[in-house]
Design a protein around this ligand. Structure first.
Ligand SMILES: Cc1cc2nc3c(=O)[nH]c(=O)nc-3n(C[C@H](O)[C@H](O)[C@H](O)COP(=O)(O)OP(=O)(O)OC[C@H]3O[C@@H](n4cnc5c(N)ncnc54)[C@H](O)[C@@H]3O)c2cc1C
Length: 388
């Protein structure tokens, strides 16, 4: 791998730095309408979906330029380049890869303009790890599919306008060839027959939901990819999801927060940051994050060669799950009892960030597939070990 950047890539880095100097006020100095102004400006630069093709409204940037953009943005703790999180991370890439021209023109500009949220409907009450066993059913009726069934743990569903979901169009009730007969649909959540029931998580937030579908009619033009080919669409979406979950920039920011916490806490009569044990722990965290960053460069090499992401993204997804839990536990231990207090509770320290963070572990550990499932994928598809 060549770690050097070309002169034109370095020029691009300078352009991003200059933009940030001119357009990113210090964190405490941002007006109420800053976020809207920011989103418009980065959109005008075509930096939202920067590596997506210009034919769909993307920036047409190279993958390396996209990396430089992310590096510079995260070094300056800039806000995200768009708020349509799932749209940018995997629904948009899925539509670009499998969508019809009409779907691209209809959905991609809205994703780039942060118009609304997408959510993702894979899991069902009895279907999670074994996703191919899904039962939510769609039958053909004229030019429509009619959906009946339910999806659960659907993140962002209480705020989303559209869902990217998997349904079964064939092989009902069969356990053989269950990967066949799965179809991906793009569904407007305001369609008649859809009910969204928010579920409260341990931290008291209602960020996911169970969704019920009762004779919901979806036009065939909203099918993503061929009928029965939903599994292939999902493999690439899940790889994109797992690679985004495995991203290290957020971990570096978290490590900084943890270092600040130790600098401002006392431990056995001394500054917690001066304890050798604590410093070793921080160093271990940093070494793990750096290992993930270097491993992430393998995915990058693969993408530069034009090869799709697949099972290998499970490696960083697995590491991130372990590391986030370790970091959260370490922070809560450092804070003692105060580390258990959420925002609004009596003895809360600051914003209660670490209590909320440690209660949110299922997002990174279970969301996108559990550690056991990542280990199975790594064992079977990367190490070629016998099947589970
Ligand atoms: C915060 C959060 C957000 C989520 N967001 C979404 C979302 O947006 N959309 C969506 O569709 N889903 C979402 N999910 C659901 C998530 O994908 C599933 O919870 C997950 O895949 C596990 O499925 P399950 O809960 O049915 O558990 P199960 O599959 O029943 O697993 C239970 C236990 O058995 C283990 N296990 C299962 N099979 C095997 C095996 N073959 N080998 C070894 N161990 C095994 C698992 O590792 C786990 O420990 C979310 C979950 C959480 C917690």
């Amino acid at each position: 791998m060549d770690f050097e950047y070309t002169p034109s890539e370095e020029n691009f880095r300078q352009e991003v730095r200059q933009f940030l100097d001119e357009n990113l006020p210090a964190a405490g100095n941002r007006s109420a309408d800053f976020m809207d102004t920011w989103l418009n400006k980065v959109r005008d630069k075509r930096w939202v979906g920067f590596s997506w093709p210009t034919s769909v409204g993307g920036g047409g940037g190279s993958i390396m330029e996209q990396v430089i953009l992310k590096e510079e943005m995260s070094a300056r703790k800039a806000p995200p380049l768009g708020t349509c999180m799932m749209g940018l991370a995997w629904v948009g890439p899925g539509i670009i890869q499998y969508g019809t021209e009409q779907q691209k023109q209809r959905f991609i500009p809205d994703i780039l303009d942060s118009k609304y949220h997408w959510c993702t409907g894979y899991s069902e009450p009895n279907v999670g790890s074994d996703l191919a066993a899904l039962q939510c059913k769609a039958s053909r009726d004229g030019d429509d599919y009619v959906i009946n069934g339910t999806k659960i743990w659907t993140s962002l569903a209480p705020f989303a306008s559209w869902i990217f979901m998997l349904v079964r169009t064939e092989n009902f009730g069969k356990t053989e060839n269950k990967h066949d007969g799965i179809t991906a649909l793009l569904v407007d959540l305001s369609t008649q027959g859809i009910e969204i029931k928010p579920i409260e998580n341990m931290a008291g937030q209602k960020v996911f939901a169970q969704i019920f579908f009762d004779n919901v009619r979806v036009p065939m033009e909203n099918r993503l990819g061929d009928e029965g080919n939903g599994w292939a669409v999902t493999i690439s979406s899940l790889a994109n999801e797992r690679s985004s979950i495995g991203e290290v920039t957020g971990l570096y920011t978290k490590l900084e927060k943890l270092t600040d916490l130790l600098s401002n806490s006392r431990w056995n009569g001394q500054a917690a940051i001066d304890s050798k044990k604590n410093r070793r722990t921080l160093a271990r965290f940093e070494a793990k994050i750096e290992a993930m960053r270097l491993n992430g460069l393998r995915y990058l090499t693969q993408q530069i060669k034009g090869e799709p992401l697949s099972s290998e993204t499970s490696v960083n997804k697995l590491h991130r799950a372990e590391l986030e839990v370790e970091m959260g536990d370490f922070a809560v231990e450092t804070l003692g009892q105060a580390g258990l207090q959420l925002r609004g509770q009596e003895a809360v320290v600051g914003t209660g960030y670490w209590a909320a963070d440690s209660l949110n572990w299922p997002t990174v550990v279970i969301g996108g597939g559990t550690p056991n499932i990542q280990k199975n994928i790594i064992a079977e598809r990367i190490l070629n070990l016998p099947k589970d």
